[in-house]
Design a protein around this ligand. Structure first.
Ligand SMILES: [Zn+2]
Length: 111
């Protein structure tokens, strides 16, 4: 059996680009696993600080996943707000909790 080996000469990717791609992939994996495999990886990540660490370490992931959640919330006709903790438009104003980072949102909170 012969396999082709591909050598990527001169292929460079800076850290920022790598993180952006990784962030998008991760977001996709969480959504895909939930929809297609009925696996809630988000829940597993939220057992400890892993989820929050991921949001902090990879802003690209927070942005990508935040956009997905924001779309889901608006499809459900839920009023949304900007989360003071993670900065994404992911606060479900009915439950007053950020659907991305879990931050509790108080409407009477002054910034
Ligand atoms: Zn948040």
């Amino acid at each position: 059996m012969a396999f082709h080996t591909t050598k990527l000469h001169g292929f460079r990717m800076d850290e920022k680009t790598a993180k952006a791609i990784l962030g998008k992939m991760l977001s996709f994996i969480f959504v895909f696993a939930k929809a297609e495999l009925k696996q809630d990886f988000e829940k597993d990540f939220k057992v400890d600080d892993t989820w929050l660490m991921l949001l902090e370490e990879c802003y690209e992931f927070a942005e990508e996943h935040g956009a997905r959640i924001s779309t889901q919330l608006s499809e459900l006709d839920l009023p949304t707000g900007t989360c003071p903790a993670c900065g994404q438009e992911t606060v479900d104003l009915i439950s007053e909790m950020c659907a991305l980072c879990g931050h509790l949102y108080k409407t009477d909170e002054d910034d």
